[in-house]
Design a protein around this ligand. Sequence first.
Ligand SMILES: Cc1cc2nc3c(=O)[nH]c(=O)nc-3n(C[C@H](O)[C@H](O)[C@H](O)COP(=O)(O)OP(=O)(O)OC[C@H]3O[C@@H](n4cnc5c(N)ncnc54)[C@H](O)[C@@H]3O)c2cc1C
Length: 478
Amino acid sequence: MLDLVVVGAGIAGLIAGNRAAELGCRVTVLEAGTDRYLCNSRIATGSLNFAHSNPELPPAQLIDAINADTEGHADPALAAAIAAVAGRGLRWLKDNGAQFVRQEMQGKMSWMLAPPRSLVPGLDWRGRGADVLLDVLAERLKARGGELMTGTSAQSLLVKEGHVCGVSAQTSGKTVSIDARNVVLADGGFQGNAKMVGRYICARPEKLVQRSAGTGLGDGIRMASEIGARLVDMNRFYGHLLSRAAFQNASLWPYPTLDSMTNGSILVGSDGNRLFDEGLGGITLSNLIAEMDDPTSTWIIFDEEIWTTTGYDEVVPANPHLIEAGGTVISAKTIEELAAKAGLPAGPLASTVAAYNNAVESGRGDQLVPPRSLGRRFGVIRNATERVPVRPVRRAPFYAAPLAVGITCTMGGLAIDVNARVIREDGKPIPGLYAAGQTSAGLEGGPIAGYIGGLAKSYCTALLAAEAIAAGQDGRLS
Ligand SMILES: Cc1cc2nc3c(=O)[nH]c(=O)nc-3n(C[C@H](O)[C@H](O)[C@H](O)COP(=O)(O)OP(=O)(O)OC[C@H]3O[C@@H](n4cnc5c(N)ncnc54)[C@H](O)[C@@H]3O)c2cc1C
């Protein structure tokens, strides 16, 4: 019998499979896709930050970084467990074929999988670091005696006397049972499942741009919840603000993102009024906008000064890429003319801009409704406002760009313990069942939708699961 069957061959699944095989386990990894299957890991940009920090920092500093980014929302024991494995995990990745360069991302030095993607609009993944790493990990799995079964989609968990003992899967039109002492669910979250997104995240999933491979269908979460797993933070996702034209134009996702532009400008709804504190950061704002009745009714308003400063701030800067790639940017000599061209009400928009400018110039963002953070605040928010100066909107021409929210991956999913074992509602682990990567939860989400880095979460939870399985956590390895 297999020691381990892994569901999903993204970075979490392949790392879990490789590490377990390296430690002597008999492993099969199931992957629904075929050939050069797409998944979020393959198309990831490849920036390997751990809560916006270098994974090599001492664990205590990494725990602080997680707490700052999530405002203390992350499960403390789980945060400590992944902080403890982060530096060693980075070395393991390097020893197992991952190539990195050091590159500045959003004002910070970051480990970037090499070769890095080119910083152009649209998707650029073929032959880039994350794509290469998946191929290397698949090869290493085979070299370690493991098997990668592509075209095989896990459907349900096999359970005997309360222990998970394999999966039932569809392959070549047939249903097969794959027996194993342990199962790791690593199928990448549920961002690609509109029904689940509609149930847990927002009422109008069709109004979010799919900024992902679309392969995370929530199968692992469904299978585990059928046998009593606890689900946490299901309402939060990692996403970015995009041009609304990204619905029709593939050159406008995953880049350019408009997070910095929004952080440094005015965000308004179709009534011309402000909606949220623009300094909350793109991930938090994406979550808040997604909750609106119509997430496609928001605009950013800025001026020439912002366009020629903040406009250059992103990885793939909005200026000039947003326009060159076909995004909509309306310009006008006055705010009233801008409102007319954008179809926004002129009076309310002019009042919004005037009140905003007064507050910014007098340093009294707190007097606006909603308030506008002008300086340092907390976590991810602090990162945004530290980096992106807030300027008044005064220098013609004035601009309006229609926004959309891009959903990249869900943050919530299966609650896990410090060994990545899936937890039941009563807090006890389900014997034989583990989760890793975006299917696992407990580290992200909360009121500000705190995000610690999908790749970091994936490799750390995968190593926790594999090492616990190899150590026979359930006392069931032969
Ligand atoms: C455009 C983009 C850029 C990103 N950039 C970064 C970045 O720079 N840094 C960072 O930290 N994170 C980044 N991320 C997020 C990161 O890619 C993810 O957090 C991470 O790859 C998740 O890995 P995973 O293994 O959990 O899921 P995935 O990579 O999605 O893998 C899951 C696999 O499971 C398979 N699967 C699904 N259902 C089944 C089933 N029933 N049976 C069998 N197989 C199944 C899928 O086909 C898929 O191959 C980015 C994401 C995107 C989309």
